[in-house]
Design a protein around this ligand. Structure first.
Ligand code: AMP
Length: 148
């Protein structure tokens, strides 16, 4: 289980989520603490409710409040990694667990055989809005390609 880790001193993409009044780009230790204070960290901590479909010591999965498909589940690590860009080699096992949990949830949701999509947005150009790493598991309808 994640027990805490040093934050990067510079956080690209900060302008997207930075609370008003917080200097953009470089952060003090105090500001870096705020990075973990996302809605998803609160869900992982049980501080705000969510429709949780799976959880273990490392991960939590819950239904997206704005579903884009009949099945739309978000799988997050409890560790508050902001984006894929912030992953470190030490996170390799955790990323593997994220995918294996998504696979298990797809089976639980009955979408595994028909097929599904997994999406991880990274930073503003991708459309990332919550800066706590999350995997979108989408299924239950045909998907188009290329994505929007
Ligand atoms: P992204 O745009 O990749 O950062 O995805 C963020 C997702 O989080 C969106 O699909 C939102 O609908 C979803 N979302 C935001 N707040 C909540 C919440 N409280 N519970 C569940 N899903 C949420």
């Amino acid at each position: 289980m994640w027990m805490g880790a040093p934050w990067p001193t510079h956080f690209p993409g900060a302008e997207v989520w930075s609370p008003s009044g917080v200097p953009k780009g470089l952060f003090t230790v105090g500001e870096r603490t705020r990075m973990s204070d996302t809605i998803f960290s609160k869900i992982a901590a049980g501080e705000i409710p969510a429709d949780i479909v799976y959880e273990d010591e490392d991960l939590v999965a819950f239904r997206d409040v704005g579903p884009q498909a009949p099945t739309h589940v978000l799988v997050i690590p409890r560790k508050p990694i902001p984006t894929v860009n912030d992953l470190e080699p030490e996170d390799a096992e955790l990323v593997g667990k994220l995918f294996l949990a998504a696979k298990k949830i797809a089976e639980q949701e009955g979408i595994a055989e028909a097929g599904y999509r997994m999406v991880i947005n990274c930073n503003a150009a991708s459309g990332q809005t919550v800066y706590h790493l999350h995997l979108h598991l989408l299924g239950g309808r045909p998907m188009q390609w290329p994505p929007g």
